[in-house]
Design a protein around this ligand. Structure first.
Ligand code: ZN
Ligand code: ZN
Length: 595
């Protein structure tokens, strides 16, 4: 413990201390980086042979024409790939690797072990029929503009030829599927048919292939549609007397959490932290709402049974909080101002960060704000589109949705959700200093491994952490802002409680709705959607709170250790310089201790 403290203090106070310690290490330990770099190149080439559709989705188009049939043979191939490479990485002594390669090493190892676990233990290829769904991958080939339409259509056609065999294998794999995933599989597969019936047909009309070739392709598309419809009908009629529960179960859940989240905490520790955090948030929210009630709600008139009366202050603390939240949510921009409001906030955020010296923002990499492209339309709000790992010159965009064409009621409800306060938190999260800033930093230590296996817990955790960090530094210190922020933070906290409780503690839908609507102040439709999501996914909902907690705890630990030598800006920049690696490895490297 004492050693850790001393080494951290040295690293934060003496510039260039990392170089000194590395030079000393190099005397005795061989530099393994050139060999490891060569290994990584080869590893990824082999990875794409085993997962050609994944390759296409990442912008690597050499294997666009291949659709792997998901059978024993292909699973054997995956297992051999994992085993071979797990053996290969053993040859590299971690001490001889750079920090960037150390984290890459851990991430490769985790990915390979996770492949083995998924096939041998989780076996979702048996109980989750929605794993078989190909329309998205085919739509990407049609919509991508990386190659001429001629080439893309011919690859599309070659890949399509395997669709009947693909669904035949799917039927062979599926055993006692969950009812929820069966329904999802039927809906998604039927929903994707238009790619082959309509989109492909329309694209064919744009090219000048010979009549014969076109007819062959149309015939293949017909076979594909037939195979998809057959699969959906087969699922519908499936006699499934002992369906698997959609609840993952404690043992599998703990393992999946380990592989997907890669936290320094166990799920039990995170769950306990989430429960305690919820309690703490409720307390803070009550104190704020209690003060704000008179100002915002106090004079309101309520009409009940035709009798007007002054609203009385609720005795129930959750009721009280809800009334204040509902009232201050009414402060929001007009629908037509939504986009400009977001654009105008970005320079304000940058100025604030500069003034407070929170993190360096590279002025040569401005964020390109654009109206959300058509193919993303429907989900308003804001999101970041980053270029894929093989598209180095691509722009990073901040997609901002437009509410034009929305009916009044829908727009109003949306704008109350993304009100004056939450809209700013959204910009912090998505753009500056959240996702976009993190991306700029991670691009400085380019790693294909981190682009492909990037740790979503670190990525989301950082964005959620910056929300609190900005408020703590005084971005908007009003009690209204804090109350809204706590509500927002309560969402990711309750996501974790919900996910773990549903999958391992048998939480009922009724209990879940109580958690989300009463305790987390969500709209009923939002809560219903969340219930649907938690019944077909596992663990993913935990990444926001887990990452946030790890980063926040790490910062507080450093603060305590370094006292007045602690520097927030330095911490942020150093932390982000490791790229999208799991927080526990970044922490170990920054603390200069073996993990
Ligand atoms: Zn309004
Ligand atoms: Zn995010």
């Amino acid at each position: 413990m004492k050693n850790t403290i001393i080494s951290v203090i040295i690293c934060f106070t003496i510039a260039g201390c990392n170089n000194v310690s590395q030079k000393q290490e190099n005397k005795t330990i061989a530099d393994m980086n050139p060999q490891f770099d060569a290994f990584k190149v080869n590893f990824i080439e082999e990875l794409w042979k085993v997962y050609p559709t994944w390759a296409s989705s990442q912008g690597y188009h050499k294997y666009d024409s291949i659709l792997v049939v998901p059978n024993d043979e292909s699973r054997e191939k995956e297992l051999t790939f994992s085993k071979t490479n797990l053996n290969s990485i053993k040859a590299y002594d971690l001490a001889g690797l750079s920090d960037n390669n150390k984290t890459d090493y851990y991430m490769i190892e985790n990915q390979l072990k996770s492949i083995e676990w998924a096939i041998n233990e989780q076996k979702s290829f048996e109980w989750n029929p929605s794993e078989y769904n190909i329309s998205g991958a085919f739509a990407e080939i049609l919509n991508g503009n990386y190659d001429s339409l001629d080439i893309r259509l011919r690859n599309f056609n070659l890949k399509m030829a395997n669709i009947p065999a693909y669904y035949m294998a799917a039927k062979n794999n599926v055993k006692n599927p969950t009812i929820e995933h069966t329904q999802l599989a039927i809906d998604q597969n039927m929903g994707g048919i238009s790619v082959f019936e309509k989109d492909f047909h329309e694209a064919l009309n744009k090219v000048h292939f010979g009549e014969h070739e076109k007819q062959m392709m149309e015939a293949n598309a017909k076979e594909a549609v037939k195979a998809i419809k057959d699969y959906a009908a087969w699922l519908k009629d499936l006699i499934n007397k002992t369906p698997r529960s959609f609840r993952l179960g404690k043992e599998l859940y703990a393992k999946k959490f380990e592989f997907d989240i890669q936290s320094g905490y166990t799920i039990d520790e995170i769950y306990a932290k989430a429960v305690a955090h919820k309690k703490e948030l409720h307390q803070k929210m009550f104190e704020l709402a209690d003060k704000l009630w008179e100002k915002h709600v106090g004079g309101s008139i309520s009409v009940s049974l035709g009798i007007k009366s002054k609203l009385s202050k609720p005795t129930d603390s959750l009721q009280l909080i809800k009334q204040v939240i509902d009232k201050i949510s009414e402060k929001h921009v007009k629908p037509e101002e939504f986009q400009t409001a977001i654009e105008q906030q970005l320079p304000v955020l940058i100025d604030f960060i500069k003034k407070k010296d929170l993190i360096y923002i590279d002025p040569s990499k401005p964020l390109v704000v654009r109206k959300e492209p058509d193919y993303m339309a429907g989900v308003a709000g804001a999101s970041i589109s980053a270029p894929g790992p093989y598209d180095k010159n691509g722009n990073t965009y901040y997609n901002v949705g437009s509410l034009s064409g929305w009916d009044k009621e829908k727009a109003e409800s949306y704008l109350r959700e993304y009100n004056h306060y939450i809209l700013q938190i959204l910009n912090i999260h998505e753009a500056i200093p959240g996702h976009y800033t993190q991306l700029v930093y991670s691009n400085q230590s380019p790693s294909l491994i981190k682009s492909l296996f990037g740790n979503s817990t670190m990525i989301e955790g950082w964005a959620v952490y910056t929300e609190r960090m900005m408020l703590e530094n005084g971005y908007d210190d009003s009690p209204e802002m804090w109350l809204m922020y706590y509500k927002w933070n309560l969402r990711s906290t309750c996501n974790t409680i919900l996910d773990y409780s549903v999958h391992t503690k048998n939480m009922s839908k009724e209990e879940a709705m109580n958690l989300l609507v009463t305790e987390a102040f969500q709209q009923k439709t939002e809560a219903e959607g969340k219930w649907k999501r938690v019944s077909v996914t596992q663990v993913q909902l935990c990444c926001y709170f887990t990452g946030y907690t790890e980063i926040y705890d790490f910062r507080e630990e450093l603060k305590k250790q370094l006292g007045d030598k602690f520097n927030l800006k330095k911490l942020h920049e150093k932390f982000l310089s490791y790229g999208s690696a799991p927080v526990k490895y970044i922490k170990a490297l920054m603390m200069n201790t073996p993990s």
